[in-house]
Design a protein around this ligand. Sequence first.
Ligand SMILES: [Mn+2]
Length: 333
Amino acid sequence: MIFTKDKLSALQTVLAQAGTTVIIGHRSPDGDAVGSTLALSYYLKSIGKEHSVIMPDAFAPFLNWLPSSDEILLYDQDPRKVSQLIIEAKAIFCLDFNKLDRVGSMSKFLIESKAEKILIDHHLHPAEEFSLSFSDTEASSTCELVYRLIEALGAIDTLGTDFFTSVYCGLLTDTGSFKYNVHPDTHRIAGTIIAKGIVPQDVQSDLFDVNSLNRLQLLGHLLSERLLAYPEKKASFMTLSAEVLSKYNYQAGDTEGFVNYGLSIKDCTFTALASEKDGVVKISFRSKGDVDVNVIAKEAFGGGGHKNAAGARSGQSLAEVSQIIEKIIQEKL
Ligand SMILES: [Mn+2]
């Protein structure tokens, strides 16, 4: 039980205080980060609480149909304005990340801030640095937690279609369309959202039927040229160089979900996708069952996430990262 009476009343005290509030999502914001920050934003609007929604950098264009997503401020586009908002804020909501240093160069303003910092998140090992923490590492998504929080505050029926659409977006994207990390609460909330009039096929279509020809051809190249399979290890591994990404005119978010193809090979329980972007190598890990990619990502690259889905960034070359991952496959699986 994470929504105790004490914590809810502490939250209400924070919300009742004067001064501005900011809601922050993580770097390279995904459907859950954008969905959950917007969902909380609708609630704050409904109670007349002035606030801004902030992301460290841009979210993928496949999310820009979400209502009010055009109001989200991006630190990397306007660092002066956004850092000022964080410095002046009396309350900072941190959504879908578990440590203040997970938001890139924006982190320093969060760490220095004396504001009340409220965590709402489902990643493993939340840091202790928050004044109020709503963390449930079993939850499907941060969207699910925002919904449950507002439910615990008794305010669900005060919210409209945009709120429910945003929550549904996070439920859908963080569970791979209800495939992973799904619990009774996930479907209960999804059911309520459908009863409120949200049409699941429409959200699916808005989110996923938006491929550019370049993205599909990049996926084709990845699967035909860059997918290594290790059947005896029940593993697979893919890489994308900066050169290949540029050949297919890579746009932010184009590789979202690609890693899951590696895990869709029959009997495969471990996969990784390493891609060279913005001078670093970003690595996504996925696994099934007891293969713990949170530990693997942490030990090899200082990353982390969840047991069956984790990520990391490395300053090493793509070739060096590939060697490390092949070694993991050969020695740890
Ligand atoms: Mn999430």
